[in-house]
Design a protein around this ligand. Structure first.
Ligand code: 5BU
Length: 252
């Protein structure tokens, strides 16, 4: 079985500043856990960020889910990210022509560029979307967790090739498996639960071991299994611990 390079080694091998930063945070905090904080209010989101922040390398938002968004949201979340040393990943899934995604990223009410460390994009429009998001720190969607996804085969291979063509912008892939060996390409996987399964709307869950050991991904994204748990803090701790144990097992 091929062994993985450590996050620290990869931090030294990549020239992407945000990839370096994330890999160092993972090493420092011994965490490859990203929380999907899909809650309706800023209060709930900030409470999760403050309580679970020490366990996280990243916190993933869907800012358009918030029912009480206000312009000071970004500054408040950034303060918590600084306090607990995690990065903010806005899961906006940009999917339009370069000019439009540039406006969506920098303008409008959310001003994502002002507070998100990391964003993501579909590759369906072609490389113009990456050109439009130059200057950001981008994850490309190479695979999705949902059943029946069309992101597979040649589509997935094209996502990897596009990531490799833009190493200044792209720092990773949303995927189910490690797809390339570039040290600065961080593999980030949603659809994670302690037990495998499915939700009622097509989400497919795989276990931490399957994703990190068998599939060799780097980061697990966990949402409802933590946010809906009886004790979210304790559950996040379990995921962080298991995630780190799996990572250690994959090292040479
Ligand atoms: P869950 O509660 O663990 O199912 O939440 C998963 C999160 O990851 C949720 O915010 C989704 O929008 C996000 N996600 C996903 O589930 N699958 C994907 O392929 C991508 C994002 Br891309």
């Amino acid at each position: 079985m091929s062994k993985k390079l450590s996050f620290l080694k990869r931090a030294h091998l990549t020239r992407h500043p945000m990839a370096q930063k994330l890999l160092k945070i993972m090493e420092d905090k011994q965490s490859n856990l990203c929380l999907a904080a899909d809650v309706a209010s800023q209060k709930q989101l900030f409470a999760l960020a403050d309580e679970l922040g020490p366990d996280l390398c990243m916190l993933k938002t869907h800012v358009d889910i918030l029912e009480d968004f206000s312009p000071d949201f970004g500054a408040k979340l950034r303060a918590l990210a600084d306090k607990h040393n995690f990065l903010i990943f806005e899961d906006r899934k940009f999917a339009d022509i370069g000019q439009t995604v540039l406006l969506q990223y920098t303008q409008g009410i959310y001003r994502i560029a002002e507070w998100a460390h990391i964003i993501n994009a579909h590759i369906v429009p072609g490389p113009g979307i990456i050109e439009g998001l130059k200057g950001s720190n981008l994850l490309l969607l190479a695979e999705m967790s949902s059943s029946g996804t069309l992101a597979k085969g040649a589509y997935t291979r094209n996502a990897v090739a596009m990531a490799q063509q833009y190493p200044e912008t792209v720092m990773g892939l949303i995927c189910l498996h490690a797809l390339c060996k570039d040290p600065g390409i961080i593999h980030v996987t949603p659809g994670v639960k302690l037990e495998p399964g499915q939700d009622a709307l097509g989400q497919r869950y795989r276990t931490v071991d399957e994703i990190l050991i068998r599939n060799k991904s780097d980061i697990i994204i966990v949402g409802r299994d933590i946010t809906h748990a009886k004790d979210p803090k304790k559950t996040a701790g379990l995921y962080r611990k298991r995630g780190w144990e799996c990572y250690v097992q994959t090292l040479g």
